[in-house]
Design a binder for this molecule. Sequence first.
Ligand code: AMP
Length: 327
Amino acid sequence: MSRKPKVVRTVFALRRAIADLRQRKATLALVPTMGALHEGHLSLVRLAKQHARRVLVSIFVNPAQFAPSEDLGSYPRTWAADLAKLADEGVDLIWYPTSDIMYPEGFATRIVPEGPAVVGLEDRFRPHFFGGVATVVGKLFGQCRPDFAIFGEKDFQQLRVVTRLAKDLDLGIQIVSGRIMRESDGLAMSSRNVYLSPENRRIAPTLYSAMRAASRQIRAGEPITTALAAGAQTITTAGFELDYFELRHAKTLEPVNSLHDGPLRILTAARLGTTRLIDNLAVWASRRKTLQSSPRSRSSRRMASGIAATAPAVAAPRSAGAASLVR
Ligand code: AMP
């Protein structure tokens, strides 16, 4: 039986509800979202429960991170379904503010992140974005003062930006990251996937398969530039307009030149019709890699199957109608 979470819509009510939740020193985890919840969000809620006694989910479509040309007006809003899902997960509290509450008349303070926010990935195509994210996350952290905040690896650059923010401002909040939840064909779950036409939905998993192929090639000793060019080509040939397909250091997000500069992450963003998709994948370096001379050697074939072994494990759907999941 699910218990309906308490829903609060003012900062005053939020603070009182949090004070109640924190009685007897209960720990608190915050899961910030923009709603239109899917299994990716719910996986973060489950992770939150592993870390803290109390779980708070915020739902706020943050205007500050959308450019005027972007989809703020049409961003999916599914409040009733979101509430039912969070009730099923046993969430304690939902913070569901309006824009007027978050940005009242006279609001004039903005957080401008640097470091991972300006490495030439999302920031190159959405220059307004991380300022908007950092400002709203800074506000959410101040309003909720959680012990833990849970963010998805799906938005990998964002994860690095908020981790930096919490550290740089000495907020005493531990950032916990959750793995990317995927549909059974590999497409990363996203609230924006509902915009895809049936034809584009069919093409969309190419983003993931191109990253997997590039990862495999890099691990097998192909030159990084060759592997990345092939991935980019696969994506554009499938019908995407590619923004970037890059290999970066997974911690700093700085460009890398060699497999040994790791840990490594492939990050990509591309547009299909009017929908912009982003995704990323870890490139696991193997110690055996350094011994191998040719991509066609036996050891490289063994490594390729090693990659297959780390490929998606399909999890059972939690409820009827839920998509099957790939981690
Ligand atoms: P959003 O509602 O899109 O702002 O996302 C809220 C949080 O959910 C962010 O930390 C995202 O990185 C995370 N998230 C979104 N999609 C996924 C996914 N497919 N798997 C895991 N986390 C996700």
